[in-house]
Design a protein around this ligand. Structure first.
Ligand code: 4AD
Ligand code: MG
Length: 434
């Protein structure tokens, strides 16, 4: 036990039956019956029942067992035995127990708590089986994303978080003081990726992004993680295929690695298992027509709100691309469709089961004059975008990219009611704490 990196962990319990082990963890439940104390222990990697019998341990261990409260931290040694009644199939027959810290009365009980209460105790709530399952899935999604991008030839180039300009509209900027100058927290890394794409061809970033979203919906965080991707000499069509491949790789990996977690979440796997590419595509104009047929009060030229996204999302069991939005309601950098310049070569990927947009992407404007006009028309200060315009002055190139929102992707995969559970410490319009 000298090497602290080699501690036994409960994830290996099933393969270690008959062995003497030491478990370091927390008691998530305690029950006693006369001369036996049953401790439900978790160590972050798994759970187990530890049985402390008065006649099998010494006096100090028995005393410690009496004192264990819910969420107390303990170190206990003993032998791993088969136990068919336990879901893990194993239990620990204790020979020694040490109480590291006796927890105060734990505020989160077995009774139903309201969401506000749980969010106030988010720092403790994350210990629960459901929350740890979501966090594990998050870890898997991130690994799958990075690997998929690497396999498709993309190089990770991180974008700055403190930026001098807006990329996704000025209404959701978080402003901060940068030594007397205004700086803004990045809404996306896209503009910087367009620069690194000219250096490396295919690039991506992955990091926190920020939007002062005034909307209080189940899809909006003010701080969320985004994977932005950008690829040189890739057009609108090829861009969609990259997005499909990324989403498929994420799903495959989660379905492969996270069976237990999905079971804890009671996630029906069928809808995820049935997803295949290519994903259906719908032009904005067709989507509007479809929405109007359902009675939605949307007018041609309107952007989709949460309600419209939900209707589209539920209309198909596959993720759907909505493409060719009106230029007027989309970001300044999107390339116009040469067949009809009122529309742009963009896509939103709408996840099924009511989840809505998880990816936004487009082909970018590569012509200097057009881009200058669009920046001006958007009311943005041209001077601040000179470096970005340089990319159209020195070897301009056709290129496309997209951004995938991590929390919305997780909310869909885990079938969560709200994105707030998909990130360890959510930031929402009305929540900065804990
Ligand atoms: O569609 P968005 O705004 O696209 C961009 O920012 C592009 N610059 C990306 C690019 O082309 N490189 O955001 C991308 C994704 C959305 O599809 C959504 O999944 C997520 O980011 N997202 C949010 N997630 C949680 N809370 C919010 N407030 C979000 N806003 C966007
Ligand atoms: Mg979008």
């Amino acid at each position: 036990m000298a090497d602290s990196n080699k501690h036994f962990r409960l994830q290996d319990a099933r393969q270690s039956i008959g062995q003497d082990v030491t478990i370091r963890g927390w008691a998530y439940n305690v029950r006693s019956s006369g001369s036996i104390v049953f401790l439900q222990l978790r160590d972050g990697s798994g759970t187990i029942q530890a049985v402390v019998a008065k006649d099998k341990v010494g006096g100090p261990s028995w005393k410690a067992a009496q004192e264990v409260t819910i969420e107390s931290s303990v170190i206990t040694s003993g032998t791993l035995r088969v136990d068919r009644r336990s879901p893990v199939g194993v239990e620990l027959e204790c020979t020694e127990l040490r109480l590291l810290h006796r927890a105060d009365e734990y505020p989160i009980g077995k009774k139903e708590h309201g969401v506000d209460f749980l969010m106030d105790y988010r720092h403790l709530w994350i210990r629960s089986p459901r929350q740890t399952a979501i966090l594990r899935i998050r870890d898997t999604v991130v690994r799958a994303m990075r690997q998929a991008m690497h396999e498709m030839g993309f190089v990770l180039t991180d974008s700055p978080i403190l930026t001098p300009t807006a990329a996704e509209g000025t209404s959701t900027l978080f402003r901060t003081d940068y030594f007397g100058e205004n700086a803004y927290l990045a809404q996306t890394g896209q503009l910087y990726l367009e620069a690194t794409a000219a250096a490396l061809g295919r690039v991506y970033d992955f990091g926190p992004t920020f939007r002062a979203e005034k909307s209080k919906t189940r899809r909006h965080l003010t701080e969320f993680w985004m994977l932005d991707a950008e690829a040189a000499f890739v057009d609108f069509e090829q861009n969609l295929i990259i997005q499909e491949q990324l989403v498929m790789k994420i799903l495959e990996r989660v379905l492969d690695e996270c069976r237990e977690e999905l079971k804890i979440l009671e996630r029906d796997l069928k809808p995820l298992e049935n997803i295949t590419r290519p994903f259906p595509r719908l032009r904005y104009a067709e989507a509007v027509a479809k929405l109007r047929r359902t009675g939605a009060p949307i007018k041609d030229g309107d952007d989709f709100g949460g309600d419209e996204e939900t209707i589209i999302s539920k209309s198909n069991s596959q993720p759907q691309f909505i493409t060719h939005y009106p230029a007027a309601i989309k970001a300044f950098y999107m390339k116009e469709d040469s067949d009809d310049q009122r529309y742009v070569l963009n896509d939103d990927l709408i996840a099924p089961e009511g989840y809505g947009e998880i990816i936004g992407g487009s082909q970018r404007i590569d012509d200097l004059q057009t881009l200058q006009q669009k920046i001006k028309a958007a009311g943005l200060p041209l001077a601040d975008y000179q470096w970005y315009l340089d990319l159209r002055r020195y070897g301009s190139f056709p290129h496309s990219g997209f951004g995938l929102g991590l929390e919305r992707t997780i909310a869909w995969i885990c079938r969560l009611d709200h994105v707030r559970e998909s990130i360890p410490f959510p930031r929402l319009i009305n929540r900065l704490r804990p």
